[in-house]
Design a protein around this ligand. Structure first.
Ligand SMILES: NC(=O)c1ccc[n+]([C@@H]2O[C@H](COP(=O)([O-])OP(=O)(O)OC[C@H]3O[C@@H](n4cnc5c(N)ncnc54)[C@H](OP(=O)(O)O)[C@@H]3O)[C@@H](O)[C@H]2O)c1
Length: 243
């Protein structure tokens, strides 16, 4: 198969496991150079080594905490300088702390908003000038169906993802004439470590996989440049029936 992303550079935040790892893997298989990040140095290093063994393009791993603006700046600049530019940004890093509003601490609230919302703003803010230099690019924000469906115990997570959808839609309109496309991908339950937050497991067979989300990213990248699928709701086809 022809590799369609040769000479393109991508940054995937939270690419050390879960959905981000699968997105990085899929981009690499299409020939892109990919830089992943995460907070845990050992995990980042192991993931980058494993991606490098199997991928077609070059890989880098940067230890960066997307809650910090300086880390996001360093991440984007490291990737763009090492690989000669930046074309694709996947804002994927995310956490979920599910607690009733009156049990949620201020620190837990701040961490959720900082990771899931501010991190995507910081990385996009730094990535856009690099994409303009290339004549365009693509930003994916991995949101959630929790961005349109609030639930008990979801105050911080729902707020972060509702906010992410709003920011993404405004950003899409800000940068469309710079030839930068922006899409929100809103998955339902995906079989990753994240699943335990909802009392499930990463092995539930009805769940989406990281590969399913990665396929959405690749499919959108291959759309004709005149077309923009700005919001994707990606659901498990057959979740357990509600009793
Ligand atoms: N799994 C689901 O059911 C599901 C459904 C809808 C949407 N999503 C969204 O999909 C995204 C990925 O979720 P996932 O299921 O793949 O989760 P995951 O398996 O827990 O992986 C999360 C990734 O993000 C990184 N990360 C977390 N906080 C970070 C920070 N402050 N700075 C940098 N990296 C950070 C983690 O690495 P470190 O811990 O080492 O930092 C890890 O690589 C999230 O935005 C999540 O909200 C997930």
């Amino acid at each position: 198969m022809a590799r369609e992303l040769t000479n393109q550079t991508a940054v995937v935040t939270g690419g050390s496991r879960g959905i981000g790892y699968r997105v990085a893997e899929a981009l690499l298989a299409e020939g892109a150079a990919v830089c992943i990040c995460g907070r845990d140095a050992e995990r980042v290093q192991k993931a980058a080594a494993s991606l490098a063994r199997n991928g077609a393009g070059p890989v880098d791993g940067v230890v960066a905490d997307v809650r910090r603006y300086e880390d996001c700046r360093r991440l984007i600049h490291t990737a763009a300088e090492r690989f000669g530019g930046l074309d694709i940004l996947v804002n994927n890093a995310g956490i979920g702390i599910m607690k009733r509003i009156d049990e949620l601490t201020a620190e837990e609230w701040d961490a959720t908003i900082a990771t899931n919302l501010s991190g995507a703003f910081y990385c996009s803010r730094e990535a856009i000038p690099w994409m303009r230099k290339r004549g365009g690019g693509y930003i994916f924000n991995i949101s959630s169906l929790a961005a349109i469906n609030a639930f008990a115990g979801g105050a911080a997570y729902n707020a972060s993802k509702f906010g992410l959808n709003g920011m993404t839609e405004a950003m899409m309109q800000d940068v469309r004439y710079d030839n930068i496309r922006v899409s929100t991908i809103m998955p339902g339950s995906v079989a990753t470590d994240f699943a335990s937050i909802f009392g499930g497991t990463a092995r539930d067979p009805w769940k989406l996989t990281g590969e399913d989300v990665a396929k959405a990213v690749l499919d959108l990248l291959k759309y004709p440049p005149r077309a923009l699928a700005s919001r994707i709701e990606l659901r498990p086809a057959q979740p357990p029936r509600r009793k």
